[in-house]
Design a protein around this ligand. Structure first.
Ligand SMILES: Cc1ncc(COP(=O)(O)O)c(C=O)c1O
Length: 371
């Protein structure tokens, strides 16, 4: 029995002709650096998110780093990040020389805990980075209120949540992740809901000044070819990747719906099982980049899946405050108990748009046999 954790082959078979044509066009024009496809994709992605601007960058990590740089973040500043996320969220902060401040997550949604976030704010706090973990939006209404009250900026880490939606009370109704904070950051790592055929990322914003700064920073700080106004970086989105992503963006909503359908099947088959299935909070849609369940028998389950040839992943086995890379911060076990507990019990099951119901049944059968 072989069931992959994620399977890009089916997706690519569906759009192979269109992608081949798009790549051929780029090769024909040979405009590999910031070619027309990058500009077109930026416009399309901004429209998709409902923002005025979008800047294509080289990865989700660069998107976060450049967003922080555009806000002037550096030495002496504190940036709040959840302790339970992929480490790039915090690395982007550390590489600006600012200090990441880790906050525990909510036991049910695994997103940043609002009460603990309030307590973590100091007079050095400059930015909050909520992560829309696994594809479920964080509580952006609450986070924006806190940010406003303390005059801090918000950078959404939407690397796992392309197309997920949030209802903002007394606001703009349903809006897309990435469009609510001062800046939204996306990753196009191949297995993401919108994935390139290599690395890629995007920053979206409604703020013209932030947009102009990031557009300059990602392209060597230049105004014209050899006129460099600021210390910039080589962090551009590749034209070939933009061409691939344009073809995939057209299908993103449909593919997200297929993930949601697969999640409904998992939920119903796991109804009577002693596992915690994903909890979707009020006023959000979940796009299931990851379908993660929790059980105290996680390690046993993991071994059984490995034996049966079923691909599962632990997102994430070590919370950020206990990573060796952050040993200098002096955190200890017990500091952020929810993140620590979840990291011991969580396991991500196979999830991709074209996952078959028959395969979901096989996955659940293994879970039932172990539990
Ligand atoms: C939550 C989160 N933030 C940031 C990133 C970094 O994105 P990238 O791998 O494109 O640099 C990822 C991707 O893995 C992620 O999942």
């Amino acid at each position: 029995m072989k069931i992959q954790f994620s399977n890009l082959h089916v997706q690519h078979a569906q759009i192979r002709k269109e992608i081949n044509r798009a790549i051929k066009t780029v090769i024909g024009k040979s405009n590999f650096i910031l070619g027309e496809e990058v500009r077109l994709f930026e416009g399309e992605f901004a429209r998709f998110c409902g923002t005025k601007y979008a800047v294509g960058v080289s990865s989700g990590t660069s998107a976060l780093f450049l967003a922080l740089k555009s806000l002037g973040i550096g030495q002496g500043d504190e940036v709040i990040v959840p302790a339970f996320t992929y480490i790039a969220t915090a690395f982007a902060v550390s590489h600006t020389n600012a200090q990441p401040v880790f906050v525990d997550v909510d036991e049910r949604t695994y997103n940043i805990d609002i009460d603990k976030l309030k307590k973590a704010i100091t007079n050095k706090t400059k930015v909050i980075i909520p992560v829309h973990l696994y594809g479920q939006p964080a509580q952006m209404g609450e986070i924006m209120k806190i940010a406003k009250a303390h005059n801090v900026r918000v950078i959404e880490d939407a690397a796992q949540a392309h197309g997920a939606e949030i209802e903002i009370p007394q606001g703009a109704g349903w809006v897309k992740t990435g469009s609510i904070g001062d800046v939204g950051c996306f990753s196009f790592y191949p297995s993401k809901n919108l994935g390139a055929m290599g690395d890629g990322g995007m920053v979206v914003t409604n703020d013209k000044e932030i947009y102009q700064k990031i557009a300059m920073l990602r392209d060597c700080g230049r105004r014209s070819k050899y006129e460099h106004l600021v210390l910039g970086y080589n962090s551009r989105l590749d034209t070939l990747q933009a061409a691939v992503l344009r073809a995939k963006l057209k299908r993103l909503d449909a593919w997200n719906k297929m993930r949601q359908k697969a999640a409904v099947v998992y939920n119903s088959l796991l109804k009577d099982c002693d596992v915690i299935v994903p909890h979707v909070g009020p006023s959000v849609t979940h796009v299931y980049h990851v379908y993660a369940i929790r059980t105290k028998k996680r390690d046993m389950l993991f071994q059984e899946f490995a034996k049966k040839g079923i691909g599962v992943v632990i997102h994430y086995p070590v919370p950020l405050h206990l990573q060796k890379a952050y040993a200098q911060l002096g955190h200890r076990i017990g500091d952020l108990p929810v993140s620590e507990r979840v990291s011991q019990e969580i396991i991500s099951l196979p999830m991709y748009p074209h996952l078959k119901e028959a395969d979901i049944k096989k996955v659940v059968k293994v879970i039932k046999s172990v539990l």
